[in-house]
Design a protein around this ligand. Structure first.
Ligand code: IPD
Ligand code: CA
Ligand code: CA
Length: 255
């Protein structure tokens, strides 16, 4: 498996997203948690193509009921797929939405691709080999938090986390230039990797949301942990705090 082959498949899947017209929308559990026909189509396409080029790998995809990490995924290779990260954005034609595919090797992030088909932006990383956007090396910002934008996710499907989310956001706002909320967690982490902003947090996201983007961010020099500073598990849901190179400490507001 090479990162170039992985990128090729994911860019092809991007065509499905660009060509989608009024897809059927299905509701899932959790507040305003949707899946569309296009999510399902992209996931099926990715699984069939990636199986062809890497038959020995397993799969964990958001939209096929195979979305629970099992111990057998902790050894060998496993693709973790979010066919559309930013499904609500996609439904409302609000940008961005991305395709996110991480490849775990023995339960650790090994390769990662996040693709934004609208702007044809491909973020990629191989463990230990740096992070790239459209083939150019990227590094996170060295600016201090006070001179940077921060982004956050609202953990929208978990209403019990709203108060804590907005409490942190309120305390974070005066510590930085301003806050943003994009609607896709993978994109947010890629923006920290790229140096557009210096901090991303969200109190609960799933493995498919972070499997690819956390590696890209780490390879761009970011520190990616949960909000308490622990290493990510790569087995399931977690809080995530992604800090650029200039944000040396976990800010007070997370205590
Ligand atoms: C969601 C997006 C959103 C984040 C949620 C995710 P989905 O993924 O990444 O930005 O706030 O936590 O679940 O459902 O659009 O794939
Ligand atoms: Ca997602
Ligand atoms: Ca999704």
């Amino acid at each position: 498996m090479t990162i170039e082959r992985m990128i090729g498949v994911i860019k092809e899947a991007g065509e499905i997203m660009l060509n989608a017209r009024r897809p059927k929308i299905m509701e899932k559990t959790g507040h305003a948690n949707f899946c569309t026909e296009t999510d399902e189509k992209i996931q099926a396409f990715l699984i069939s193509k990636l199986k062809e080029i890497f038959p020995e790998a397993g799969f964990l995809g958001e939209e096929d009921g195979q979305d629970v990490f099992s111990s057998k995924m902790g050894s060998g290779f496993c693709f973790v797929i979010d066919p559309i990260d930013g499904t609500s954005n996609f439904i409302y034609e609000y940008r961005p939405s991305v395709i996110s595919v991480g490849l775990l090797k023995d339960g650790k992030p090994y390769m990662a691709v996040v693709y934004d088909p609208y702007d044809d932006l491909t973020f990629s990383a191989v463990s230990g080999q740096g992070a790239y956007m459209n083939g150019d090396r990227i590094m996170s910002s060295e600016a201090p938090l006070k001179d940077s934008l921060s982004v956050f996710g609202t953990a929208p499907y978990y209403t019990e986390l709203q108060d804590r989310t907005f409490d942190i956001a309120k305390k974070l706002l005066p510590l930085c230039v301003d806050l943003r909320r994009s609607g896709t967690a993978a994109w947010d982490m890629c923006c920290v990797a790229l140096g557009r902003c210096s901090l991303y947090f969200e109190l609960k996201i799933q493995l498919w949301d972070y499997a690819a983007a956390a590696l890209i961010a780490q390879e761009a020099g970011c520190t990616v942990t949960d909000t308490e500073g622990n290493a990510l598990s790569y087995t399931g849901a977690t809080s995530v705090l992604c800090r650029a190179r200039g944000v040396k400490e976990i800010p007070e507001c997370f205590r």
